[in-house]
Design a protein around this ligand. Structure first.
Ligand code: BES
Ligand code: MN
Ligand code: ZN
Length: 459
């Protein structure tokens, strides 16, 4: 997709004026009389999300007025401008005045121009924006292109996005920045990553662990792990059809880790980055793993399978154990792990978990700043015993089902010991119904906020 930003100087860009309920009167007063009349005849009152195209005397577009919320409004949406690419006719535009946050508005404009065009031609108009003064356009391009990568990977259906295709996508990201990748499969996977193998073995599309590193080995080690379940049928504890419908997006953690890695490498942050993606399909077949099976994990802990549908934490456990072995300064994992996270916080507000108070404060602050919302939930020690198994060291799916996102985080925590700091985010990776800057479908979640964190610390 070509960049939405028009970086060549452009004197004829069409101005977009942001108006709120309280600034509208002053703005109308400044308009030429016919334009004021036109706005009034159209009944335009600068309601948030509403727009008005004002014609010039020669019939060209003179300017656009776009309604946004008032400064103090509780429902203020900093991504409002993200609906403009879907509303405006083709052309080159510029912001005539400052919306609440010009950088976020320009980013929203870019994010809102995304179309998934793999299977049919996208019917979008060529709407472009001259980046507002003082905004780092290259940075916005970096972030939006990475977000588009995440969305494309998630939106691609499972028949075209199996473990092999996810591996190819990861290798492509790695190669573009000169990182070399390895991939563990077959006997070696079965021997060294028993949980990844157990989850993925029923599929005709072989499970694997993708592993690439980038950057100066002397820089601080930052390792990203992403859940790459290319389709989640639930395994033998099969999901009902309603729950299975969206499960092509179960590699959303991997997609977002790749997006984050791309931002980090593109910005040349001073880190030694490692990316680990366990890629599997949780399928049903005669050789599928079963409830009450017991496997010895890479870390040595034995794991009893309470439910084959709690597969994400299994594959992450082996990948986290590997990551932990080299004691990274920061270990981050992202995955579409639980329905319970959605019950608690809904699709747009993923919970994050960490015991590092400074990290928690930084993540919360930057999630808000970047409009990439995240909400801290606790690694509540009293629930840790819920993971007890009668026959093994740990069970992957505690009975009862209470606090499902927390118990998943506690399960993963058992596999992290040496990392200086660990951050786990239980994302949804999907926008169920379109909002400004967020078209329905695969979504980039947590990657933008974490990128800002890394860029603050290692930029
Ligand atoms: N991929 C699902 C979680 C999921 C479901 C995320 C729907 C977003 C939307 C995960 O593998 C899963 O099935 N989790 C189970 C765990 C349970 C069996 C302990 C869940 O959340 O029901
Ligand atoms: Mn599952
Ligand atoms: Zn899953």
């Amino acid at each position: 997709m070509p960049s939405v930003f028009e970086t060549a100087p452009n004197a004829t860009a069409i101005p977009i004026t942001f108006a709120t309920k309280s600034t509208w009167e002053a703005i109308t007063a400044g308009l030429p009389a016919p334009a004021r009349q036109f706005a009034q005849a159209n009944g335009f009152s600068a309601k948030p999300g509403k727009y008005l195209i004002l014609p010039a005397a020669d019939g060209q577009i003179a300017q656009v007025i776009f309604g946004i919320e008032d400064e103090g409004s509780k429902s203020r949406d900093l991504f409002r401008a993200g609906s403009l690419p879907g509303l405006l006719p083709a052309g080159i535009y510029r912001f005539a005045n400052a919306p609440h946050d010009a950088r976020l508005a320009a980013l929203a404009f870019a994010l809102g121009s995304y179309r998934f065009g793999r299977y049919r031609k996208a019917d979008a108009a060529d709407v472009r924006l001259v980046p507002p003064d003082g905004v780092d356009a290259a940075e916005l391009v970096r972030i939006s292109e990475a977000a588009f990568l995440a969305r494309d990977l998630i939106n691609t259906p499972s028949n075209d996005m199996g473990p092999a295709e996810l591996e190819a996508a990861a290798r492509d990201v790695a190669a573009r920045f000169g990182a070399s990748s390895v991939c563990v499969t077959g006997e070696e996977l079965a021997k060294n990553f028993p949980l990844i193998h157990a989850v993925g073995m029923a599929s005709s599309r072989a499970p694997r662990l993708i592993d690439f590193s980038w950057g100066d080995p002397a820089h601080p080690k930052v390792t990203l792990v992403g859940k790459g379940v290319c389709f989640d049928t639930g395994g033998l504890d099969l999901k009902p059809s309603s729950g299975m419908l969206l499960m092509k997006k179960d590699m959303g953690g991997a997609a977002n880790v790749l997006a984050l890695a791309q931002m980090v490498m593109d910005a040349k942050l001073k880190v030694r980055l490692r990316v680990l993606i366990p890629a599997v399909e949780n399928a049903v077949a005669g050789n599928a793993f079963r409830p009450m099976d017991v496997f010895k994990s890479r870390k040595g802990l034995t794991v009893e399978i309470g439910n084959t549908d709690a597969e994400g934490r299994l594959i992450l456990a082996d990948a986290l154990a590997l990551a932990d072995e080299e004691k990274p300064e920061l270990l981050v994992d992202l995955g579409t792990l639980t329905g319970a996270a959605r019950v608690a916080l809904g699709p747009d507000l993923p919970p994050f978990y960490t015991n590092d108070e400074t990290l928690a404060a930084d993540v919360a602050r930057l999630a808000r700043q970047e409009n990439d919302p995240l909400w801290r939930m606790p690694l509540w020690p009293p629930y840790d015993s819920w993971l007890d198994s009668k026959v093994a060291n740990i069970n992957n799916a505690p009975s009862g089902g209470f606090a499902g996102s927390i118990t998943c985080a506690l399960f993963l925590q058992r596999f992290v010991e040496a990392a200086k700091s660990w951050l786990h985010v239980d994302i949804y990776g999907w926008t169920p119904s379109a909002k400004p800057a967020r078209p329905e479908g695969g979504e980039c979640q947590a990657a933008r906020a974490i990128y800002q964190l890394l860029s603050e610390r290692y930029g």
